[in-house]
Design a protein around this ligand. Structure first.
Ligand code: DP6
Length: 345
């Protein structure tokens, strides 16, 4: 008799300072380069799982809507569940309900938090783990969970660790590692996301990763990146926003240049976002404010700055004439897991 308990994983999103862009090996999710990110605190995915006795297949909802195996996010979620079931030899079908505390699929790394939360919640259900420490008692190391999350979505492997995190690609797909550079107490940075679109993007990042190799800018980028990675690590070590900021901006614009110069160009940054960036560059100079941008695979702009500057930064954004929605978050400590009886919620 299977337990009727519910297992809930909350996994935060993360914002990449050095982007994971392009894969060296698709099947094993081996990235073309190392990446560095900051794990967020309140922007997260919450995934609940329980056994579905006798059901022929898993049943998955995302933000309240049922997903099928062939739909966009459904395809990624079901295929990850199939992968985990094969790897861990778990036949039981699951009911999975997931929700994001932010808009899905528009450049706020919903696949990082979503696939991370799916990994933890499904394995917790199959192995009856009530806390993160329980995985170890079931012979599932945290590094193995990170590997599993990475197979669901590359950026998800960084979301399983709090603070400032580096995904090291290593010299072989099996030698990849995720390391915490510093925990969340090291440096209070904020990420304010300025939303220019809440629609799901037309071309998903998995598809766009494949096109990276066709850009003439990609090989020079890969050659130069080790130097930039070292600069970012030094800036984080010294807590120097004035060093980190310009590197973040160059890195984000370079990733988008690769995306736009591929043989099937993709335009994630829209006109409203570009106009905002031009305005920001001018206004921050006038205000002498250390606020810098980065952009993931979507039109929304992430503003990175020291948390002590939050009220000045929010005031500045509010003065922008086109009204925009914003989400403000800070560095977080990583995932949470809990188990509860169905009747308790
Ligand atoms: C632009 O992790 O979504 O957010 O591994 O194919 O699922 P898959 O790709 P995904 O790529 C995210 C890329 C990025 C940059 C980053 O987070 O490093």
């Amino acid at each position: 008799m299977r337990s009727a308990a519910i297992y809930e994983a909350i996994v935060p999103s993360n914002i990449a300072f050095i982007k994971y862009w392009g894969k060296k090996q698709q099947e094993l999710q081996w990235p073309a380069n190392d990446s560095i990110s900051m794990t967020l605190d309140s922007l997260h995915s919450k995934t609940r799982c329980r056994f579905l006795p006798t059901a022929p297949d898993h049943a998955v909802t995302l933000n309240g809507s049922y997903l099928t195996r062939d739909s966009g996010p459904g395809a990624k979620i079901y295929s990850h569940l199939d992968f985990l079931a094969r790897e861990l030899n778990c036949q039981d079908k699951l009911e999975v309900s997931s929700s994001n505390s932010f808009p899905t699929g528009c450049g706020i790394a919903s696949s990082a938090s979503g696939l991370g939360a799916l990994t933890l919640a499904s394995i917790a259900t199959w192995f009856d783990c009530s806390t993160i420490d329980d995985f170890r008692t079931k012979d599932i190391s945290y590094d193995r969970l990170i590997d599993y999350a990475r197979m669901g979505s590359g950026s998800a492997c960084r979301s399983l660790t709090g603070g400032f995190v580096q995904w090291i690609k290593g010299d072989h797909p099996d030698h990849q590692k995720v390391v915490q550079l510093y925990d969340q107490e090291h440096w209070r940075l904020n990420d304010t996301v300025v939303l220019f679109s809440q629609k799901e993007k037309a071309v998903g990042s998995t598809e766009a990763h494949r096109l990276a190799w066709s850009s003439p800018l990609f090989a020079p980028r890969l050659a130069y990146l080790p130097e930039r990675i070292q600069q970012v690590k030094d800036a984080i070590a010294k807590q120097s926003i004035k060093t980190l900021g310009p590197i973040l901006e160059q890195e984000a614009l370079e990733m988008h240049s690769v995306i736009m110069s591929a043989n099937q160009p993709v335009f994630y940054i829209n006109q409203a976002a570009s106009e905002f960036l031009a305005w920001l560059i001018q206004r921050r100079k006038e205000e002498n404010l250390s606020v810098y941008f980065t952009i993931d695979a979507g039109p929304n702009i992430h503003l990175i700055y020291e948390s002590a500057q939050q009220s000045r930064v929010l005031e500045l954004i509010e003065s922008y004439e086109t009204i925009t929605d914003t989400l403000t978050d800070t560095v977080g400590s990583g995932p949470q897991l809990r188990k509860f009886k169905e009747s308790s919620e």
